[in-house]
Design a binder for this molecule. Structure first.
Ligand code: PMP
Length: 396
């Protein structure tokens, strides 16, 4: 049977990680992988997460199954974190379960859409995070793209995005990045979220918010403003949440999927379908990471410590963005100012594929061929080297 299988092409991000690992250059820089790094280039366990984990281990006296819905306390606290002040007015219409990471949430949501409306199309931004395509498309749903970036690849093409929204049919789903758009760093303003909410009402489409970086853009509450506005005015929406980045729990696989339904009765039915979908894929989510988040968020002191640490991570990224733009301007390239204005972990640098290759081969600086750079991969030590090399790549 397996003789017939042809090897698939290597995953570009994993391939890049391998090239970086094998490179012996003492100044090599990894701007590829999408994890937060501190100034020492490490991705440490957050202090509040570690403290919650220690307390939890001391308390835990059973490893029995958690069930397909996962940890209920986690789900309640995460709904609070994401929906904030509008939760009380929508809570009875929310169907929500814990999932293995944001990827699990996207997959469960895709299957739920397929169950409820098999002919619905899902519209994703062009470009979008590479994994959106298999996670959503493999459910058998039709994927459509809406334009997101202007020609220069570093700004939003809002008129083009608006025009595309007019093509979306009633019952279709439009995927929006909650904050810190991956891969571009180009975010929507609150006024643009409001326009999209009006459009969703007018056309009858359903927004699907992928929230993988809450707290990395402008702040925990600020980054949820678009979602909260939509939740307060629309009858239906979908939400996929990841705790990988903002709790630094990547490998623990912690996330949540939410379907906001038009009525409480519909949310009860949607929950039964979510549970049935979960049963058919992974049976139930892992416990440990969600238990850490639940313990942390329920404990005022730990929650405050976590918020402060996340704030400092966000500020570090913002500072790196500004330092990068200032250094490029000092080298004669003020056009990189956009990096300072963008949000979150990633930016498209807007450079050509030959430049990306030149940076890897000549300078051991690795970013994706699309020119997506992981800003958290910059540090005080390598920023000058990266900027000088980038400037050089423009002239060669
Ligand atoms: N959505 C986006 C846009 C992401 O960038 C990520 C993580 N890279 C995820 C979802 C899901 O992450 P995870 O499954 O690791 O929680």
């Amino acid at each position: 049977m397996f003789d017939s299988l042809q090897a698939l092409p290597a995953d570009p991000i994993l391939g890049l990680m391998q090239l970086y690992r094998n490179d012996a250059h003492p100044q090599k820089v990894d701007l590829g992988v999408g994890v937060y790094k501190n100034d020492a280039g490490q991705t440490p366990v957050m202090a509040a997460v570690k403290a919650a984990e220690v307390q939890l281990l001391a308390q835990q006296n059973s490893k029995t199954y958690v069930g397909p819905a996962g940890n209920e306390a986690f789900v309640a606290l995460m709904k609070q974190l994401t929906f904030g002040e509008c939760l009380s007015s929508v809570d009875d219409r929310l169907a929500a379960v814990q999932t293995p990471g944001g990827c699990g949430a996207l997959k469960v949501a895709a299957e739920l859409i397929k169950t409820a409306s098999p002919t619905a199309a899902i519209w994703v931004s062009s470009p979008t995070w590479g994994n959106h395509i298999p996670l959503l498309g493999n459910a058998g749903l039709q994927l459509r793209e809406y334009p997101y970036l202007s020609q220069c690849q570093t700004q939003l093409d809002w008129p083009a995005m608006q025009a595309a929204m007019d093509q979306v049919k009633a019952g279709d789903v439009v995927l929006l990045h909650g904050s810190c758009h991956n891969p571009t760093g180009v975010d929507l303003t609150l006024a643009q979220w409001q326009w999209l909410a009006d459009k969703a009402l007018e056309k009858g489409f359903i927004p699907f918010v992928d929230m993988a970086y809450q707290g990395f853009g402008d702040g925990i509450e600020e980054d949820a403003a678009g979602l909260r506005y939509m939740a307060s005015v629309l009858p239906e929406l979908l939400l996929a949440v990841s705790c990988s980045k903002n709790f630094g729990l990547y490998r623990e696989r912690v996330g949540m999927v939410v379907a906001m339904c038009p009525s409480g009765g519909a949310s009860v039915a949607a929950t039964t379908h979510m549970l049935s979908i979960v049963r058919g894929i992974y049976s139930m989510p892992p416990d440990h990471g969600a238990a850490i988040v639940a313990h942390l968020l329920a404990n005022g002191a730990l929650a405050n410590e976590w918020r402060a640490e996340l704030d400092s991570m966000r500020l570090r990224i913002q500072q790196l963005r500004c330092q990068f733009a200032d250094t490029m301007a000092a080298l004669g390239y003020p056009e990189f100012q956009f990096v300072a204005n963008q949000k979150g972990m990633f930016s498209y640098l807007g450079i050509s594929q030959p430049q990306v290759t030149w940076l890897a081969e000549q300078k051991s600086i690795y970013l994706l061929s699309s020119s997506r750079a992981s800003i958290a991969g910059l540090s005080r030590d390598n920023l000058d080297y990266v900027c000088h090399s980038l400037a050089q790549s423009i002239t060669v």
